[in-house]
Design a protein around this ligand. Structure first.
Ligand code: DLZ
Length: 202
């Protein structure tokens, strides 16, 4: 019998013309590397140009919310600077009402874009230790990422694994002995779908 879990049937979304950032923590590198590759490869297979994918790392998962906010904000500054009419004040960049105004009309080409990111994928791997550290970080990062996406009005895909064991992480990164499913691929597809729906392209 097919598994009841998972994202279900999904349409094949065309990510041509989208610009997407992947921000990942470096803790638990083996698992992280596989998840980032999975996300990257699914963006490429959806038609996102490699020139329009930016990957940035931070030390640990706790840094993900501020890094996502910064990379998204910086992409608006870059877009405004390269636009002949882009004169929106930097202080307005995270206001949802003005973030749409600074959104450049992205053309659906594979050319490298300087438009603001259409979605950000945040990837981290937290493995529970002997103290309460795990609980505090997992909670803070989850709420932080949700706050950034709602404040900025941009999809932030939740690629934070909160694990009890390393083996659970290997399984979810497609490196275990089980069914070899890499959750990073789901996150790439989610980013494309959400970005397209936000633009009204799907
Ligand atoms: C300190 C720490 C610990 C113990 N465990 C993890 C982990 O499993 N996964 C992860 O991404 N980061 C971990 N960190 C680092 C914190 O996220 C953070 O980088 C530091 O506390 C500095 O702010």
């Amino acid at each position: 019998m097919a598994s009841l879990k998972g994202p279900g049937e999904r349409e094949a979304y065309d990510g041509t013309g989208l610009r997407i950032a992947i921000v990942h923590a470096r803790w638990n590198t083996t698992i992280i590397d596989a998840l980032v590759s999975g996300a990257y490869n699914s963006l490429i297979s959806s038609g996102v140009s490699k020139d329009n994918i930016v990957i940035q790392s931070v030390p640990g998962s706790y840094e993900l919310p501020i890094a996502v906010q910064n990379i998204y904000r910086a992409s608006h500054v870059q877009a405004a600077a390269s636009s002949t009419t882009g004169d929106i004040a930097a202080t307005d960049l995270l206001s949802s009402s003005t973030s749409d105004l600074t959104q450049q009309a992205t053309t659906r080409t594979t050319a490298a874009s300087t438009a603001p990111f259409d979605a950000v994928i945040a990837i981290g791997v937290l493995i529970k230790g002997e103290t309460m550290h795990f609980e505090y970080i997992a909670d803070a990062v989850s709420h932080g990422l949700m706050k950034v996406q709602l404040d900025a009005g941009v999809p932030v895909v939740f690629g934070l694994l909160t694990l009890l064991t390393e083996e659970q992480g290997l399984e979810r990164a497609g490196l275990g002995s089980g069914k070899k499913h890499n959750h990073g691929e789901d996150w790439g597809h989610a980013a494309v779908e959400l970005a397209l729906k936000r633009k009204g392209w799907a």
